[in-house]
Ligand binder design. Structure first.
Ligand code: HEM
Length: 220
């Protein structure tokens, strides 16, 4: 890309990052440019997976379809939050202890590899009533906590490493629901929609195949 920059293409992320020059006119260090490109690719792929799980949830719970089509964004947000809580995506976040510390009855020695169980926390019966039931309404009166709904990491966005892309993810999933319920009609042919818990990140076995896709005559 740097040796053969395209002349007329619209500016893509790849182009912008690889051609970016600092105030002294220098190109970005190759390693930093590579990390920045991955920082665009990774969330794009991640959100596509959540869009797949939103489609799966709609298929498994058709009773919500009409509400999602005719209702408002509050309904879509409840459904989106439950998709993020319920479906497995990224099972855990890993880190290494920098400075030894104690928490409750646990000792964390420096250097110890620690896993934060994201999926388990989202399904912990101490925080969630009936955690293995798909129930978007639970979020209507949810007491927002940075430590119970943690599909994209826990804690505070500003102080810790919680994913700063959470709002973008939620909005794009809501837009996916609008598209699936208002802009097209489709069939879901027989396929293997089982989801493996030993894959990371995971996705339905057959992904989510749709057929007979027809553009809605008058999308609202
Ligand atoms: C399905 C969508 C996504 C999932 C499942 C996801 C998941 C995660 C997880 C688990 C972390 C680590 C949190 C931690 O260490 O405690 C993280 C961090 C991060 N995410 Fe996301 N993410 C998603 C979308 C996005 C989007 C859309 C963006 C940006 C537009 C983004 C940008 C980042 C960044 C920059 C970090 C590093 C934060 C830090 O270390 O301070 N992510 N994400």
């Amino acid at each position: 890309m740097r040796s053969h920059p395209p002349e007329s293409d619209p500016v893509t992320a790849l182009q912008a990052i690889s051609q970016h020059r600092d105030l002294d006119g220098n190109l970005m260090d190759k390693k930093i440019a590579a990390v920045e490109i991955i920082n665009v690719l990774r969330p794009t792929v991640a959100i596509a997976r959540y869009a797949t799980f939103a489609a799966l949830a709609l298929h498994e719970h058709p009773e919500y379809r009409q509400q999602l089509r005719d209702g408002n964004n509050d309904d879509r947000e409840l459904f989106t939050q439950e998709v993020r809580r319920f479906y497995p995506f990224f099972p855990f976040a890993a880190a290494r202890v920098k400075q030894a510390f104690d928490w409750q009855d646990f000792h964390f020695p420096a250097g110890r590899r620690v896993l934060l169980d994201l999926y388990g926390t989202n399904h912990d019966a101490r925080a969630w009533e009936d955690p293995d039931t798909f129930q978007p309404e639970r979020f209507r009166h949810w007491e927002d906590s940075p430590f119970s709904l943690i599909p994209q990491g826990g804690g505070d966005f500003y102080l810790n490493h919680r994913c700063p892309g959470e709002w973008i993810t939620i909005v794009l999933m809501m837009k996916t629901l609008v598209f699936l319920t208002r802009s097209i009609t489709y069939e879901v042919p027989p396929q293997d929609l089982s989801v493996s818990l030993s894959q990371m990140p995971t996705v339905p076995e057959s992904r989510f195949i749709i057929s007979d896709v027809v553009k809605a005559v008058s999308p609202v």
